[in-house]
Design a binder for this molecule. Structure first.
Ligand SMILES: [Zn+2]
Length: 95
């Protein structure tokens, strides 16, 4: 199979799925996926997608809970490098 976005070769791997919605953030490890070797895009089978939704919907008990620090980029880099601060203040930093 080929990546629908770039045509790169897909490789079957297990990945960590990240889910974010407002202040809800969860990780699901060891998820089977087809990952593009060129752009990194992930494709999940319909069965895996349903299973991921099940984990979120049913609040399945996690294997562990981790503490995640949250930063505001502009505040966090103050004094680090003037070029970065200047760029973020002008809001024209394109990555
Ligand atoms: Zn791709």
């Amino acid at each position: 199979m080929r990546c629908v976005f770039c045509g790169g070769e897909l490789q079957h791997k297990t990945v960590t799925f990240h889910y974010e919605d407002d202040d809800t953030y969860l990780l699901i490890e060891q998820v089977p996926a087809d990952v593009c070797s060129h752009c990194g895009e992930r494709a999940y089978s319909p069965e895996v997608t349903d299973a991921l939704l099940h984990v979120k919907r049913e609040n399945v008990d996690p294997i562990k809970i981790i503490h995640v620090p949250v930063y505001d980029f502009t505040d966090a880099v103050k004094g680090y490098d003037d070029r970065v601060s200047e760029n973020t203040e002008r809001s024209d930093l394109h990555i």
